[in-house]
Design a protein around this ligand. Structure first.
Ligand SMILES: [Zn+2]
Ligand SMILES: [Zn+2]
Length: 171
């Protein structure tokens, strides 16, 4: 669905859209969408500065390999969003972005508006945790012998049960 500023000039544009797996390309072969992205919300135009405000909610679930043990792990995601987009012509130059720290949250749109799918792609990726692990205490794969240590311990590591090194292993 295209969120069109011409339509917003006539009033708020409401959306209630579902995107089945495959409808949005996440440009990441590791990442698999396993349920539709359900979205609803409203887009409006702040006319004086041609700024688009998109507010709404989405839910979906994504599947990705655990960072430590590589088992496929499902992440149910759900979040509210409240976003501002300015015309691309007003985009600050690269050297201006650093000084305008508070504005880095603002997005930009080209032409007459923006695709809802682009908005959702970004929100889904943001909602994924930085550390994608199957469980907090996932022991991962032994770097020495390749044993999947959630299933069975192997003999080649001495640090088992020694929490002092737990943090270092993730570095
Ligand atoms: Zn794991
Ligand atoms: Zn081992």
């Amino acid at each position: 669905m295209f969120l069109d500023i011409n339509q917003m000039q006539l009033g708020k544009v409401r959306f209630h859209e579902a995107f089945p797996p495959g409808a949005i390309d996440f440009y990441d072969p590791q990442l698999r969408q396993t349920s539709p992205i359900e979205s609803e919300g409203v887009a409006e135009l702040l006319e004086a500065i041609l700024e688009i405000r998109v507010r709404g909610h989405f839910s979906t679930s994504m599947e990705v390999a655990c960072d430590r043990c590589l088992e496929l792990t499902s992440f149910p995601l759900e979040a509210d969003f409240d976003l501002l987009y300015r015309p691309a012509a007003t985009m600050p130059r690269a050297d201006e972005i650093e000084v305008r720290d508070a504005e880095t949250e603002i997005g930009f749109y080209q032409g007459n508006g923006l695709e809802l799918s682009d908005v959702l792609r970004e929100q889904v990726l943001l909602a994924l945790p930085m550390q994608r692990v199957c469980r907090e205490d996932c022991k991962g794969i032994c770097p020495v012998c390749g044993q999947h240590r959630n299933l069975a311990e192997c003999a080649c590591h001495l640090e088992v049960g020694d929490d002092r090194w737990a943090g270092l292993k993730d570095l």
